[in-house]
Design a protein around this ligand. Structure first.
Ligand SMILES: *[C@@H]1O[C@H](CO)[C@@H](O)[C@H](O)[C@H]1NC(C)=O
Ligand SMILES: *[C@@H]1O[C@H](CO)[C@@H](O)[C@H](O)[C@H]1NC(C)=O
Ligand SMILES: *[C@@H]1O[C@H](CO)[C@@H](O)[C@H](O)[C@H]1NC(C)=O
Ligand SMILES: *[C@@H]1O[C@H](CO)[C@@H](O)[C@H](O)[C@H]1NC(C)=O
Ligand SMILES: *[C@@H]1O[C@H](CO)[C@@H](O)[C@H](O)[C@H]1NC(C)=O
Ligand SMILES: *[C@@H]1O[C@H](CO)[C@@H](O)[C@H](O)[C@H]1NC(C)=O
Length: 932
C-alpha cells in the first residue's frame, strides 16, 4: 500500500492547496461508542476506490424544475476490484449508456475501460459500475457520468423557493434555487462518494438563467454565455471538501452595502438578502465580523477561505441553516437574532468544514464542541445578555434529571442523541476549567492545525488536549484526557460524590458512585461504574473561586482522601460553579455551615450565583433521592427568603413541584404550602413593585413563575384577582362566543373558587361552539379536571362524562380527564372512590374499551404514596380479584410502585413535618414579637 501513497503524493504535489486526502483512510476507532447513529443510517461504500477530485457541471432548467449534469470523478484504486460503487439517490436518473470509465496512463493519456453493466441497487442509494477486467491497485481512473434530476420543494438536495416583493406598486414574484446537502443529500444531485471522510477538490460549473447569479463555496472564475439565454459560471477549484459541505444558491438576492465597508480585508464577507430585508440586517455585518474576529483569535488561525457569503434566504424552511463551506444559508430571522445561533454556524466553518468528523459518530463530539464554543463566544461577546446566564444551567439540569433515572432515555432516541451531546459539551466545559483556558485553547489550536483539510476522530481531540496538558503540567504524566473523557462520554450515566469530613484530622473521605435520583436504586452493574472526577475545592478560610484546577483527581477509583482541610468552623465546597456535571453531598455539619453562611449578607455576596444554585439544587435532589435528610435540605432553602437572583430561583420551582407532588397525599402538604408562600411572597411583591416596561426577560419570567406557584399554594391576592377577572366572563351575555380570561387565571379559580364558578366552566366546555379553536376547549377541560381540590367538582365531572354517557364528550376527552386526575392526590383519590362506588356501571360502560379501562385503573391506583393508599388499593385488588381484565397487570404494578413510594414517605414525611412544624412555630413567634 505504501507505494500508492507515494504515487498520490507525487500526483498532488503541484496543487497549491494542501491535499492530504489519502491520509484519512486509516482504520481507527473513536472512543465514542454511538457509532451506529440511528439518526443517520447509511450504506457505507467499500474503500477499494477513493476519489481524488471531481469536475462537475450542472445545468438548471428552471421552467421544467429539473437539471442536467455531468461529473468526472478521478479515483485511485487501493485494492484490486472489478466494480465501482457510488452513492446516487433513486431520484437521480443516470445515463447508463453514455457512461465511461478511463484509466490514466503514466504519460497523462487515457485509455477506456470496458464496462460490463451498470446497476442501481434496489432500495439503496447506490450506483454500481461492473467492469470486464479488474482495476489494478495503484491505478488512477476516472468515471464520466451524465445524469439528470428534479428540483424539489422540500429542502433536500436541490430545491426551489419563492418570495415576492413590492416593486413600485406591483408585487413581483421571485424564485431561487438552492442546495441542502447535510448529512447526505449530495447524492440527490450527482453520483459521488457521499461520505464526510472523502475530502477532495471540486471544480464546478453551474449553468443558470440570465438575470440570476450563483453563489458557491468559492468565487466565480469565469462566466460565459451558453445557448437558451443562459450563463455558465465556472468557479475556482475548491480546497479538499466533503460532499455535505458543497453547496450553491442561484437567486436574484442583492448584496448588502454597508457604510463602514473596508476593502482588502480577509476574508471578504458578503451578506445577501432581498432588497426589502436589507434594513433589518443592518447589524448583521458587525455581528458576524466580531464573531469571526473572536474565532480567528481563539483558533489562532485565520478563516481558511478567501470569502464568506452569508445568505438570508426568504421562506427557507429548513430546521438548521445550510452550513456550506464559504456559503452559509440562514432563514431570514435567524440572522436577526442574538450571537449564539450565528456563532454556531461560523464555528462549523472551522470545525466541520476545514477539519471534518471522520464519520457521523464523530459528529457528536464536533457538535458538542461547536455548542461549547458558540456559547462561550456568545457570552464573551455580548457579556451574557442573550443567555441571561442560562447556559450551561439548562442543559446541566436536564442532564441531572435524565441520567439519574433508572432507565435514562427510555422513551425517545432523538433525545438520547441530544442529551449525550449536551453531556459532552459539559465535559468540555469541565476540561476547560480544570486544565485551564490557556491549555485548553492551545491544545485545540494545535489539533486544528494538525488536521486542517482533513478529518478527525474524537480521540484526536482528546490526544491533542493530553499533549498540551502534559506540556503545561496541568495533568500528571500517568493520566490522559482520553481516559477522563472516555469515563464520561461512554456511559449514559453520571456520578455523585460524597464528602465526609473528619474534623479532628482535618481531612475528608471522598467517594464516588452512580447518581440515581429515582428509586429504587437497583440499577445492575453499578458497582463497576467509575469516573475520572476532578475535585476542585473551595474553603471558607480562604474563599477564592478563581482557581478552578483540581486539588486532586479521582482516577477511576472509588475513594480518595483530601488532606489539610480547615477546622470545623469552616465549610468546604467541592465542585463549585458546577465545574463538573455531578452533584456533591457532605456530612450534615458541613451542610449546616453552608446554610448558616448563606443566611448572612456576606455569605450571599461571596458565594457566586452558580455555586449558590448548585448547593441548593444538590441538597434538595440528594434528599429527594434518599441520600440526605430533608431537614438538612430544608435548612439549605432558608436563604431563599433573601435570594433575588433568577438563576438560583429557577430550579426551586421544579423542586417545589416535585416535592409538592410527593407529599401531596398527606397533611404535611398544607404546612408545605404555607412555607412556600413564606418563601415566595417577599420575592413576588418586590418583583411587582419593580415592574418596568422593557425590563429584562428573566424578570418577567421570574415574576410569572413566582405568581403561578403562589397561586397554587393559595396566596389570597392572587385568588381574588383571578376571581374578579373570571366574573367578567360569567357576567357576559354570550359567554360562548369567546373567553376573555387569560389562562393564568383559570386554574386558581377552578381550584380555590366556588362550585358555581367551576360549573360555569363546565357548561362552557359542553356548549363550546365548533367554530372556535378546539385547543381552548381542551385547555378548559384539562383545568376543570386537573385543578380542583374538592371531590364534589370531580365527581360531577365523572358523573356526566362516564356515567351519564353525555355525548358532548369524546373518548379522548375522558382519557384526558383521567390523565389530569392522576396529577394530584385530590384527583386520583376522588377517581379511586368513584371507581370503587360505581364499579359495576363503569365496567359495563367500558366493556368494549380496553384502552379507557386501562387508563382509568392506572390513574386511579398508580399514584398513591402512603400506607393508607396501599391498603385501599390492595383491598380493591382483593375484593375485585379476577375482574380487572386487561388491567390486571396494571394494578399489580401500581401496588409495587406504591410500596416503594410508601417507603419514601415513611422515611421522609415525619422529617419534613418536623422541620416545617419547627419553622412555622419559630416564624409565628418572631411574627408575634414583631407585632408586639
Ligand atoms: C484530477 O485528478 C486527475 C488524476 O490525478 C488529474 O489528472 C487532474 O488534473 C485533476 N484535476 C484537477 C482539476 O485537479
Ligand atoms: C468530463 O470529461 C469529458 C472528456 O474529457 C469532457 O468532455 C467533459 O466535459 C468532462 N466533464 C466535465 C464536467 O468537466
Ligand atoms: C485566588 O486564586 C488566584 C489563582 O490561584 C490567585 O491568583 C488570587 O490571588 C487569589 N485571590 C485571593 C484573594 O487570594
Ligand atoms: C438545621 O439548622 C438548624 C439551625 O442552624 C440546626 O439547629 C439543625 O440541626 C439543622 N438541621 C439539620 C438536620 O441539619
Ligand atoms: C353523581 O351521581 C351519583 C349517582 O348517580 C349521585 O349520588 C351523586 O350525587 C352525583 N354527584 C354529583 C357531584 O353530581
Ligand atoms: C350535551 O349537553 C347538553 C347539556 O347538558 C345536553 O342537553 C345534550 O343532550 C348533550 N348532547 C348530547 C349529544 O348528549
Amino acid at each position: 500500500m505504501g507505494c500508492i501513497y507515494i504515487l498520490l503524493i507525487g500526483l498532488l504535489l503541484h496543487v497549491t492547496i494542501p491535499v492530504h486526502a489519502w491520509k484519512q483512510y486509516r482504520v481507527r476507532r473513536s472512543i465514542d461508542l454511538s457509532a451506529s447513529n440511528p439518526l443517520i443510517p447509511d450504506t457505507k461504500l467499500p474503500s477499494d476506490l477513493v476519489p481524488i477530485n471531481y469536475t462537475l457541471r450542472i445545468e438548471l432548467n428552471v421552467e421544467q424544475l429539473s437539471f442536467l449534469g455531468d461529473v468526472n470523478i478521478s479515483m485511485t484504486c487501493t485494492k484490486r476490484t472489478n466494480q465501482i460503487n457510488l452513492h446516487a439517490h433513486n431520484d437521480l436518473q443516470v445515463d447508463e449508456v453514455n457512461l465511461d470509465v478511463v484509466q490514466y496512463t503514466d504519460n497523462g493519456e487515457t485509455t477506456a475501460i470496458k464496462i460490463r453493466r451498470v446497476d442501481r441497487v434496489p432500495k439503496k442509494p447506490l450506483l454500481v459500475i461492473y467492469l470486464h477486467d479488474d482495476l489494478a491497485a495503484g491505478g488512477v481512473y476516472e468515471a464520466r457520468i451524465q445524469f439528470k434530476g428534479m428540483i424539489w420543494e422540500n429542502t433536500e438536495g436541490l430545491f426551489q423557493g419563492k418570495y415576492n416583493q413590492l416593486n413600485g406598486d406591483n408585487i413581483q414574484d421571485h424564485s431561487y434555487f438552492a442546495t441542502y446537502f447535510r448529512p447526505h443529500n449530495a447524492r440527490r444531485v450527482f453520483p459521488c462518494f457521499d461520505e464526510p471522510a472523502y475530502k477532495v477538490p471540486f471544480t464546478v460549473t453551474i449553468v443558470r438563467p440570465k438575470g440570476f447569479h450563483t453563489l458557491f463555496n468559492t468565487e466565480v472564475e469565469s462566466t460565459e454565455i451558453v445557448a437558451g439565454n443562459k450563463e455558465a459560471d465556472r468557479f475556482k477549484i475548491t480546497p479538499p471538501i466533503s460532499t455535505f459541505t458543497l453547496g450553491f444558491v442561484v437567486s436574484d438576492l442583492v448584496v448588502i452595502k454597508y457604510d463602514d465597508e473596508q476593502t482588502n480585508i480577509h476574508p471578504v464577507i458578503r451578506i445577501w438578502a432581498r432588497k426589502e430585508f436589507h434594513e433589518s440586517l443592518k447589524d448583521a455585518s458587525t455581528k458576524i465580523k466580531s464573531i469571526m474576529d473572536y474565532l480567528t483569535n481563539f483558533w489562532n488561525a485565520s478563516y481558511p477561505l478567501s470569502k464568506l457569503d452569508v445568505v438570508a434566504l426568504p421562506n427557507f424552511a429548513s430546521v438548521k441553516p445550510a452550513d456550506n463551506w464559504g456559503l452559509i444559508v440562514f432563514k431570514e430571522n435567524e440572522l436577526q437574532q442574538g450571537y449564539y445561533g450565528i456563532t454556531q454556524e461560523l464555528v462549523y466553518q472551522w470545525l466541520g468544514s476545514w477539519i471534518t468528523p471522520f464519520w457521523w459518530s464523530d459528529a457528536h463530539v464536533n457538535k458538542a464542541f461547536a455548542g461549547f464554543l458558540s456559547a462561550s463566544t456568545a457570552i464573551e461577546i455580548d457579556k451574557g445578555l442573550e443567555f441571561e446566564g442560562k447556559w450551561p444551567m439548562t442543559i446541566l439540569y436536564s442532564i441531572y434529571y435524565e441520567f439519574s433515572k433508572r432507565y435514562p432515555h427510555s422513551r425517545i432516541t432523538a433525545m438520547k442523541q441530544e442529551t449525550t451531546c449536551s453531556k459532552t459539551e459539559l465535559v468540555l466545559r469541565m476540561l476547560n476549567y480544570t486544565l485551564g483556558e490557556e491549555t485548553f485553547r492551545k491544545g485545540l489550536q494545535k489539533f486544528i492545525r494538525h488536521r486542517e483539510y482533513k478529518t478527525f476522530v474524537s480521540n484526536d481531540i482528546w490526544e491533542a488536549l493530553t499533549k498540551q496538558a502534559h506540556l503545561d503540567n496541568k495533568l500528571c504524566e500517568s493520566a490522559t484526557v482520553n481516559e477522563i473523557a472516555e469515563s464520561w462520554v461512554t456511559k449514559d450515566r453520571i456520578p455523585m460524590v460524597s464528602v465526609l469530613r473528619a474534623y479532628d484530622k482535618r481531612s475528608a473521605s471522598v467517594t464516588q458512585r452512580l447518581y440515581l435520583r429515582e428509586r429504587p436504586h437497583d440499577v445492575p452493574e453499578q458497582d463497576k461504574m467509575l469516573w475520572w472526577i476532578p475535585l476542585v475545592v473551595v474553603r471558607q478560610d480562604n474563599l477564592n473561586f478563581t482557581n478552578s484546577s483540581a486539588t486532586k483527581w479521582m482516577k477511576n477509583i472509588r475513594e480518595v482522601t483530601l488532606e489539610n482541610l480547615p477546622d470545623s468552623n469552616n465549610f468546604i465546597i467541592v465542585n463549585p460553579e458546577e465545574i463538573g456535571p455531578f452533584p456533591v453531598n457532605y456530612d450534615a455539619h458541613n451542610w449546616n455551615l453552608l446554610a448558616n453562611y448563606l443566611l448572612t449578607a456576606e455569605g450571599r455576596a461571596k458565594i457566586p450565583v452558580y455555586t449558590r444554585a448548585k448547593l441548593l439544587h444538590d441538597a434538595w435532589n440528594l434528599a429527594y433521592a434518599g441520600d440526605l435528610s430533608f431537614a438538612t435540605a430544608f435548612n439549605m432553602t432558608l436563604f431563599m427568603q433573601y435570594e433575588r437572583n433568577h438563576l438560583v430561583w429557577n430550579p426551586v420551582f421544579t423542586l417545589i413541584d416535585h416535592i409538592g407532588r410527593h407529599i401531596d397525599m398527606s397533611a404535611v402538604h398544607k404546612k408545605f404550602e404555607i412555607y412556600v408562600r413564606t418563601l415566595l411572597t417577599p420575592l413576588y411583591e418586590e418583583l411587582v413593585q419593580d415592574q418596568l416596561e422593557g425590563e429584562a426577560k428573566w424578570k418577567t419570567n421570574l415574576r410569572s413563575l413566582a405568581k403561578t406557584f403562589l397561586c397554587r399554594a393559595g396566596y389570597k391576592p392572587c385568588i381574588e384577582e383571578a376571581q374578579a377577572v373570571f366574573k367578567n366572563w360569567m357576567d357576559s351575555p354570550e359567554p360562548d362566543l369567546g373567553n376573555p380570561v387569560a389562562n393564568q387565571y383559570i386554574c386558581p379559580v377552578f381550584k380555590w373558587g366556588t362550585q358555581e364558578e367551576w360549573e360555569f366552566g363546565l357548561q362552557r366546555v359542553i356548549n363550546f361552539p365548533e367554530s372556535r379553536m378546539q385547543s381552548e376547549r381542551t385547555y378548559l377541560l384539562k383545568t376543570l379536571a386537573g385543578c380542583p381540590i374538592q371531590a364534589s367538582k370531580i365527581n360531577r365531572l365523572l358523573n356526566i362524562t362516564v356515567l351519564d354517557n353525555n355525548g358532548n364528550f369524546t373518548d379522548n376527552d375522558i382519557s384526558l380527564i383521567f390523565k389530569m386526575l392522576s396529577g394530584g392526590s385530590n384527583g386520583y383519590m376522588a377517581l379511586f372512590k368513584f371507581l370503587q362506588q360505581n364499579w359495576d356501571s363503569i365496567k359495563l360502560r367500558f366493556k368494549d374499551q380496553e384502552g379507557l379501562w386501562d387508563n382509568l385503573i392506572n390513574s386511579a391506583t398508580g399514584l398513591f404514596t402512603t400506607q393508607e393508599g396501599y391498603d385501599m388499593v390492595s383491598q380493591l385488588y382483593v375484593q375485585r380479584q379476577g375482574e380487572f381484565g386487561t388491567a390486571e397487570y396494571i394494578i399489580e404494578k401500581s401496588l409495587k410502585n406504591i410500596k416503594e413510594e410508601t417507603k419514601w414517605s415513611d422515611e421522609n414525611l415525619p422529617v419534613i413535618e418536623g422541620w416545617l412544624d419547627n419553622f412555622l412555630k419559630q416564624h409565628k413567634l418572631s411574627y408575634e414579637k414583631f407585632i408586639g
